[in-house]
Design a protein around this ligand. Structure first.
Ligand code: ZN
Length: 408
């Protein structure tokens, strides 16, 4: 069996460890988390790694380098899932990291290798993402242990039930001097590689994002009695703004989405007096994101002024771009070029990943693998091609070897 075939068989096996009969769902500190963890620990041992569960619930396997206690190059991804998940989001990155460790088991490297299966990247159970990787990077927010799931079970209680000590979660934190960097393989979760006819991409950054609540205010009026010249229809203004958002996003190379819209008072025979919208903007870099937001704000002001409407924009969330480390990214690009014979395309990740948290403690590099099936992800319809996975494995191994040669 090739490494790629074994990796895919392992994704199938993990895909069967689920809280539901009819779908894949495996959340933080659940019985399924424990079952998957035990299976992954066994694969790590087979690959010659010594392994332990860290105090946050991350599974870590390690092999020393040429000397004991050298800093570690960390390879990994996450083992938890969204509800009704696919088998490759996260898991593919963990099983490929184990394959790379297996391939390098007889090499004397100038760094230790650590493979990490992070827990709770998705935040499915407790509502907030990146628990495992934030703990690993020493950036876990103080209130996180008090969050509770739909049944009212707190993270603290769930850690105890899992056999972990909530008082020691902070000990999962790693120091920068213990680490060389972090490399992750992940499915693209979009169709760009599919459309480009390319199997792999190097990730330039994990997207900068901002989210807003938008409010357009006009005047409610009778749908029959109010003539157009006198109307101040908030929803028609909002509709123009939605179209402007799409136009500006395309013009600035960003992605912006109005995902929610509500008209008030919401009567079928009432001209809407108020419209409430959400806005999500994502971009490769902070500057591009902020330029798009500025242009959307200016366009909305103009639209509202022309229609005698009020306009208000309130920020709800902001995350700056996490830019991948140049040296790690160069190693990944060289690995892809060696495996495929072509310079890889560069993509920025529109989705969040563990690397966003890990970047607080060490540099990150990422490799994307083409998704089949129209690029669909967070769905049981996720697919990858075995040939692509084989190339990803070769590229991942070559990237690690290149970093070893650079430091050796
Ligand atoms: Zn993921």
């Amino acid at each position: 069996m090739t490494g790629a075939a074994r990796a895919l068989a392992r994704c199938d096996e993990l895909g069967r460890i689920s809280a539901r009969q009819d779908a894949l769902e495996r959340t933080h500190l659940s019985p399924e988390h424990a079952a998957a963890d035990a299976v992954v620990a066994g694969w790590m041992r087979e690959a010659g790694l010594t392994t332990h569960l860290d105090p946050a619930g991350n599974r870590i396997g390690r092999r020393e380098g040429a000397r004991p206690s050298l800093p570690a190059l960390v390879l990994g991804s996450h083992l938890d899932t969204v509800p009704d998940a696919g088998r490759y989001d996260g898991m593919l990155g963990v099983v490929l990291a184990i394959e790379v460790a297996d391939r390098l088991r007889h090499e004397s490297l100038p760094f230790a290798i650590e493979v990490v299966g992070f827990t709770d990247e998705e935040g499915t159970r407790f509502g907030d993402a990146l628990f495992g990787s934030r703990a690993f990077a020493g950036g876990l927010e103080p209130g996180r242990l008090d969050a509770s799931d739909a049944e009212g079970v707190t993270v603290r209680a769930a850690l105890e039930a899992f056999g972990l000590d909530p008082g020691r979660v902070g000990e999962a934190a790693r120091r920068p001097e213990e680490l060389v960097g972090y490399l992750e393989v992940h499915i693209e979760q979009g169709p760009e590689l599919l459309d480009a006819g390319r199997p792999l991409a190097v990730v330039s950054s994990i997207a900068a994002a901002r989210r807003f609540d938008l409010e357009v205010t006009g005047r409610a009026a009778h749908a029959g009695g109010a003539p157009y010249a006198r109307r101040r229809d908030a929803l028609v203004g909002a509709a123009e703004i939605v179209v402007a958002v799409e136009r500006i996003a395309k013009a600035t190379g960003t992605v912006a989405t109005v995902g929610r819209i509500r008209a008030e008072p919401g009567g079928v025979n009432v001209v809407p007096g108020r419209a409430l919208l959400s806005l999500d903007v994502r971009a490769e870099r902070d500057e591009g994101r902020d330029e798009a937001v500025g242009r959307i704000d200016a366009a909305a002001r103009e639209i509202c002024a022309a229609r005698h409407l009020g306009w208000h924009l309130e920020e709800r969330y902001r995350a700056d771009a996490v830019v991948c480390d140049p040296a790690l990214t160069a190693a990944v690009a060289a690995g892809v070029a060696a495996a495929t014979g072509q310079e890889p395309p560069r993509l920025f990740s529109r989705a969040g990943h563990d690397g966003m948290a890990v970047a607080a403690v060490t540099g990150i590099g990422m490799l994307f693998v083409r998704c089949g099936n129209d690029g669909v992800s967070h769905s049981p319809d996720e697919t990858v091609d075995e040939g692509d996975v084989g190339l990803a494995l070769d590229a991942f191994e070559a990237a690690v070897r290149r970093l070893a040669a650079e430091r050796g």
